[in-house]
Design a protein around this ligand. Sequence first.
Ligand code: TUI
Length: 318
Amino acid sequence: MHSKICEWIEIEYPIFQGGMAWIADASLAGAVSNAGGLGIIAGGNAPKAAVREEIEKIKKMTSKPFGVNIMLLSPYAEEIVDLVCEEKVKVVTTGAGNPGKYMERFKKAGIKVIPVVPSVGLGRRMEKIGADAVIAEGMESGGHIGKLTTMSLVPQVVSALKIPVIAAGGIGDGRGMAAAVMLGAQGVQLGTRFLVATECSAHPNYKEKIIHAKDIDTTICSEYLGHAVRVVKNKLTRQYHQLESAELKKVQPDLLALEKLGKDCLRKAVVDGDSEYGSVMAGQIAGMLEKEESCEEIIQTMVAEMKQTIMEKATQYL
Ligand code: TUI
């Protein structure tokens, strides 16, 4: 497959695995890279030593390229920036903020920087300060999301920028990948689909919750606190929305009570397997997923379906 992104990063397929906090470890990222995609280790909210351990593990698993995602809301973001520069990681993706103040350090270390952007404005700023590509992520994604859908965001970012655009959000199979290509994307990033990979170490209850989810089973929480997060509906989200509507009626909202409910909930779901009172982050394509599969199977199926979709569906209009 000849995508600019593949040539630059030296990967076989333009398929990135999203850098999901608590989930994207060396086991998952290494399997994706070995299958010809770009595996990405999540910095998440982890400190430098923990992320360094994952980098050391992945280097033993694969000689292929991999990336590290820096979640910019993390209190450890600064030290993860140091780490990726020290380790000369090939690709860094960033999320949940503007990586502008770190750009010079990334560039000096020879790192390719691919920020996630939820809008054309941030995309333009990123291109101006030297980003190598951007990931345009729609609000169909799991976890922290912006306001636009992939269908609206991707073509607008593609038109506004000269650098390559990777599409993310709502892409769960080869049809979605074909659609992203039609919108002008040079590649795709998948989170939820890789969450149910056999090599993904998330708790079996987490995976089961996603596999059982239907199309309408995700919801958005935390908008009130400024960080919208898409998760699978459960007892926690019902409690959260109840509390949120009660708080909104008060003159002086008790933000702390809301924060308490959100705190530590992702770890509770991923590690402890509490899929009812934990935060089961997943995208809207959760309803498409029916079984666990290896990363190799996921990537091969995606690519075959994408080619078939383009051949069968797109060429009929020629
Ligand atoms: O970052 C993500 N997804 C995430 S991060 C995460 S951990 C978390 N948990 C609770 C609250 C907040 C974070 C779980 N999922 N995706 C990439 C992404 N980046 N989505 C949206 C953005 C984004 C938003 C605003 C990127 C830049 C941005 O810039 C604002 C600015 O400063 O201009």
